[in-house]
Design a protein around this ligand. Structure first.
Ligand code: SAM
Length: 269
């Protein structure tokens, strides 16, 4: 439960090196005397990526309640220069996604560069090296967190350019609606961490939840809905329709998928 979750006091206290070791060196803990000569704090275990300036990037895309990580893995080569963070509350699911990302990174580092499960068709001696994956999956990370509680501890004002809410838990009963991840209070928080022009993507197979999310986002003064055309030409919409595990399940069961996307407006003068 929540009391076991660790989160930074404020965003600049966050040590991102565990999640994106190619982009962040370990934060030195000044209160830890032993750490001063510890190689780990110097970040030398980091896999260096050519041309990367350490400690300069920030997470800019968040997948809220990312589940088994399908969206992260598809977004990784689509936005190879952007750090993308999955947030998931379930411990075992988080561990699974962590292992999945590590395996993909290692596969890229060792020269086998095709995606998961795509190696089978290769003849002996073929490594698939010609199709390298942009970013080598170094740009995606997963953290165990309750995204309904601590987001402003992780992200500063205007930090994010995209937030995904893919097939969030529907909490069907009226008395449970307050547990929904899109609510007036939380929307205000999302507006704070999203930059002007940033986008909230929502998708669900539950029409009632779709109407709820769209209604609350439409009613919020800091958001405007994307037009049908904007929505349908956005590559992220295409990816989130097909590449999350929940989306695939809905596909198999021939269910409907409801999409609504909203742009964060400029701050009022
Ligand atoms: N987005 C994934 C997909 O489309 O395949 C997973 C969808 S699943 C129905 C909803 C996920 O949200 C679950 O993995 C659940 O553990 C996670 N979740 C629910 N509440 C959360 C919270 N407050 N913070 C982070 N994750 C949460």
């Amino acid at each position: 439960s929540d009391h076991r979750l660790s989160y930074p006091i404020r965003p600049d206290e966050m040590d991102w090196s565990d999640y994106f070791p190619a982009f962040f060196s370990k934060k030195r803990k000044f209160d830890d005397e032993d750490a001063v000569n510890d190689d780990e704090v110097e970040g030398i275990q980091n896999p260096s990526v050519a041309g990367v300036q350490m400690d300069t990037k920030k997470v800019e895309i968040a997948d809220i309640g990312c589940g088994f990580g399908g969206l992260l893995i598809s977004l990784a080569p689509t936005f190879p220069e952007t750090l993308i963070l999955g947030m998931e509350i379930r411990t075992q699911v988080t561990a699974y996604v962590h292992d999945r990302i590590t395996a993909l990174r290692n596969q890229c580092l060792s020269g086998g560069t095709k995606g998961e499960g795509e190696q089978e068709g290769l003849e002996e001696g073929e490594s698939g090296e010609s199709e390298s994956v942009p970013g080598g999956y170094q740009n995606i990370g997963i953290i165990r967190a309750n995204a309904m509680k601590f987001l402003p501890n992780f992200f500063e004002k205007h930090q994010l350019k995209k937030m995904f809410f893919c097939f969030p838990d529907p909490h069907f009963k009226a008395r449970k609606h307050k547990a929904r991840i899109i609510s007036p209070t939380l929307i205000a928080e999302y507006a704070y961490i999203l930059r002007p022009g940033g986008i909230i993507y929502t998708i669900t197979d539950v029409e009632n939840l779709h109407l709820w999310m769209a209604k609350h986002l439409e009613e919020h003064p800091m958001f405007e809905r994307l037009t049908e055309e904007e929505q349908e030409t956005d590559v992220c919409v295409k990816i989130m329709r097909t590449d999350t595990e929940e989306g695939k399940k809905v596909e198999r069961n021939k269910g409907s998928k409801w999409v609504a996307c909203f742009r964060r407006r400029e701050d009022p003068v």
